[in-house]
Design a protein around this ligand. Structure first.
Ligand code: PHE
Length: 455
């Protein structure tokens, strides 16, 4: 078996950073705030945290076990661990899910490039909140401009995939992640200090349980899977490059913590600012592209140079965070074609990039000229997001839990979490209990409730 060239994580930090690089992305800064906004704020966040702990972390450890033990990318891992069984379809489902996510995720990634361009060329200066709303609407509905940036972003992803990720991504993650963290804390402080920000903080911290319906649960669960890159084998593909001494439980905790902190901080940036400038918290996918430029303008309005630097830096970091996620999505599909059909890496990557571009073009146009084409009243963009994040990822995650909880040899599971008995895993019994019962029953329950709503 030829092994495709990719990051090989030498250190524990490298493994954590690579996995965190996949997890932290637009899901945290773009998707989390609008999902929280659509589902009532604080109550959603509490349920989200529950989903991260109850489903997210155990399923992340399961994916690590599957990847590290099989030493194969997700498209092949189940076939290696359970040869001759239908489990291989779970791997294929993961590849398909990642591929669909990459299609529409690249569209939003492209938007970040437009906003770097606008920020860098002074496009934010002197604009009022209403003008920022108009700016975003004009841009996202334009038939050409978003497509241009989509091509550029897919080109960047393609370039990194073909050149090999290696230490480039690992090294840049080490600089980029702390920087993103510092900048987002700084922005949260600025946002909280804007006049009228109190309502936003209240929205974020004071739960209103009257807003909790079954679609809040589905939204929170989908967001947890999406944000942690779970349910499609992305992290199991990365774990196939983990060395034997990496502590799986510890790594999952670290990734979960980093990811959750970035999401909550993003909420603290967006909502106080949104309330301050009078933008509805449920504005949807446009939320960060409207409130953030406002924060820069209003918070640093009298120091234009600072407003300029912060705006450019923020969108550059956002684009980089998106890039580490698109790379991980692209890698799963490329590695699959490379391993399964013996395509060269270059050919596999070209095919995936072209097909994803097609999906991206349709998703992008569905927000403008093609908005009348709907699937169950959703635009194609929203339908792709709904199908992948709220259905396919939780379903894939549930199958991974059942696989490790019920089918995988118990000795393999124990050896993996204890590094062959060298470390303790006090969470082991609870972990198994969650995989065997809590995750499958809980996820099915949320699905059944929501399907009732759909019907
Ligand atoms: N977790 C990424 C984010 O939050 C998105 C992603 C989903 C990446 C699934 C890989 C797999 O932006």
């Amino acid at each position: 078996m030829r092994h495709h060239e990719r990051v090989s994580f030498g250190s524990r930090l490298g493994a954590i950073l690579a996995a965190a690089g996949s997890a932290v992305g637009l899901g945290n800064i773009w998707r989390f705030p609008f999902e929280a906004g659509n589902h009532g704020g604080a109550a959603f966040i509490l349920i989200y945290l529950g989903c991260v702990f109850i489903f997210g972390l155990p399923i992340m450890i399961s994916e690590f076990i599957i990847g590290r033990h099989s030493k194969a990318s997700t498209g092949r891992a189940y076939a290696v661990l359970a040869p001759g069984t239908p489990w291989k379809w779970v791997g294929y489902l993961g590849v398909l899910t990642g591929f669909l996510i990459l299609g529409y995720y690249s569209v939003v990634s492209g938007w970040t490039l437009e906003y770097i361009f606008q920020a860098a060329t002074g496009g934010f200066s002197g604009k009022t909140p209403d003008e920022f709303v108009a700016m975003f609407n004009d841009f996202s509905k334009d038939p050409l401009r978003p497509l241009l940036w989509l091509f550029v972003f897919m080109g960047l992803t393609h370039f990194v995939i073909v050149k090999g990720v290696k230490s480039g991504i690992e090294k840049s993650s080490k600089i980029m992640m702390p920087l993103l963290f510092v900048l987002i804390i700084l922005l949260a402080v600025c946002s909280i200090m804007l006049p009228g920000a109190g309502k936003g903080i209240e929205f974020l911290l004071k739960p209103d349980f009257s807003k909790v319906t079954s679609d809040v649960f589905l939204g929170a669960m989908g967001q947890a899977f999406f944000s942690l890159s779970l349910g499609m084998g992305c992290l199991s593909t990365y774990a196939s490059y983990f060395s034997k001494d990496i502590r799986l439980g510890h790594t999952a905790m670290s990734v979960g913590l980093i990811d959750t902190c970035v999401s909550v901080l993003a909420g603290l940036v967006i909502f106080p600012a949104a309330f301050s400038v009078g933008i509805q918290p449920d504005a949807g996918p446009s939320l960060i592209f409207i409130t953030l430029p406002n924060v820069f303008q209003q918070a640093f309005g009298n120091i234009p140079a600072l407003a300029y630097i912060c705006a450019v830096a923020f969108y550059v970091l956002l684009a980089l965070a998106a890039l580490t996620s698109t790379i991980s999505l692209h890698e799963v599909a490329t590695a699959f074609l490379h391993e399964k059909f013996q395509f060269s890496r270059g050919k596999a990557a070209r095919l995936i990039s072209c097909l994803c571009l097609l999906i991206g073009i349709v998703a992008s146009l569905s927000l403008g000229d093609w908005s009348e084409y709907r699937i169950a009243s959703l635009t194609i963009f929203d339908a792709l997001d709904f199908l992948t994040a709220k259905i396919m990822l939780p379903f894939g995650g549930m199958l991974a839990a059942i696989f490790v909880g019920w089918f995988l040899n118990r000795k393999i599971v124990r050896d993996e979490v204890t590094n062959n008995g060298r470390i303790k895993a006090p969470y082991y019994s609870l972990f198994l209990f969650i995989l065997k019962f809590v995750a499958p029953i809980g996820i099915s329950f949320i699905f059944i409730n929501e399907l009732g709503w759909l019907g």
